[in-house]
Write a protein that binds this ligand. Structure first.
Ligand code: HEC
Ligand SMILES: [Cu+2]
Length: 324
């Protein structure tokens, strides 16, 4: 018996150590309170379950006097009505107070302003600079650690839900609305997040990485992200990109490619992943994405391209990978 109890506890502890995408991680003040709520609910539910089992045993095999007590009107009123009302109300009030924690950050001075638009099946990410300009990127969120973050969430099509469990609760992206998400990341690091509301065919394959950086690192990164592309290896790959119609859907700032339908590729080479968190970002995976993306991410809205020779694919990949 002890052994099983130990295993159950050990499993929970291990689950709590998984930093990548876990609501147990609590890497900021907002998510830490949610993690606490999870534990309170979990332990509370476990205790109540044990209590019910004990009462059940008593009602089956307990002393006559005890069994009789359980059937009185008083026990039913206290155990069946008062107890649930009191516990659930307390939980509700506590839950609201946790929502307040996110709300309190609303007034925080000098938040970082970012917008994220859910698209079938990727994320459009827009950074708002202090001078009023914006820079568009995609499929990755970069934030400075220690500063309040304010993300305006909207959708280009259906309902999505934006969730970075390590930092905050999920918030829906609803057509015709802008919802606001607030959180702070305690320290630099990389965590993952995903869409938490079924949004059609490739819903299971729409995730993303959030990279929390030091203040100085973020500032330098943002300046670089804002600048146009400076591909070290333009030439042939860029030619193929421009002449194959990629620019009709994708923007590479600094080139004639200014499409708005798909993810911005100006600095795609510097992102963690391709296809909204699906493939690690490597030169080979660019070729893989371009030639096999309908197998890798079925139903995604980029048309299939099986027109390229091996060397053309190679040149395209080298070009895209160099867009750092
Ligand atoms: C009709 C519009 C369209 C055209 C044309 C198009 N794409 Fe795409 N592309 C998309 C969409 C939409 C996505 C997002 C797919 C997803 O993840 O659901 C995408 C995703 C990508 C990605 C992954 C981006 C990321 O942020 O991870 C790459 C790389 C890419 N396309 C390269 C190309 C290349 C190279 C071409 C030309 C050979 C091309 N695309 C042509 C619409 C298009
Ligand atoms: Cu979804």
């Amino acid at each position: 018996m002890m052994k099983y109890a130990f295993c159950a506890v050990a499993l929970l502890v291990i689950a709590g150590c998984d930093g990548g995408q876990s609501a147990f991680t609590g890497l900021g003040p907002v998510s830490s309170r949610i993690t606490l709520l999870i534990w309170i609910m979990f332990i509370g539910a476990a205790l109540i379950t044990v209590l019910i089992c004990v009462l059940l045993l008593i009602s089956i095999a307990g002393p006559v006097g005890w069994r009789h007590k359980l059937t009185t009107e008083k026990s039913i009123v206290w155990g069946g009505i008062v107890f649930p009302i009191v516990t659930l109300t307390a939980l509700l009030i506590y839950g609201f107070s946790i929502l307040e924690a996110g709300g309190a950050l609303v007034q925080a001075e000098n938040p970082v302003h970012i917008s994220v638009v859910g698209e079938q099946w990727w994320w459009r990410v827009i950074y708002h600079h202090d001078d009023g300009h914006t820079t568009e990127s995609a499929n990755e969120l970069r934030i400075p650690a220690g500063r309040p973050i304010e993300i305006k969430l909207s959708t280009a099509d259906v309902i999505h839900s934006f969730w970075i469990p390590a930092y905050a609760g999920k918030v829906d992206m609803i057509p015709g609305r802008i919802n606001t998400l607030h959180f702070v990341a305690d320290k630099p690091g990389i965590v993952s997040g995903q869409c938490a509301e079924y949004c059609g065919g490739a819903h299971a394959l729409i995730s993303f990485y959030t990279v929390a950086m030091s203040s100085a690192g973020y500032k330098a990164w943002l300046a670089k992200e804002r600048a146009d592309a400076t591909p070290a290896l333009a030439g042939e790959g860029e030619q193929i990109f421009l002449s194959s119609g990629c620019g009709g859907c994708h923007t590479v700032r600094g080139t004639p490619a200014d499409g708005k339908i798909g993810p911005d590729l100006t600095h795609v080479g510097s992102r963690q992943s391709l296809g909204a968190g699906i493939l690690p970002n490597t030169a080979e995976n660019f070729a893989k994405w371009i030639s096999q993306h309908q197998t890798i991410k079925p139903q995604n809205l980029m048309p299939p391209f099986d027109i390229f020779s091996e060397s053309e694919l190679q040149a395209l990949s080298v070009y895209l990978n160099s867009l750092e």
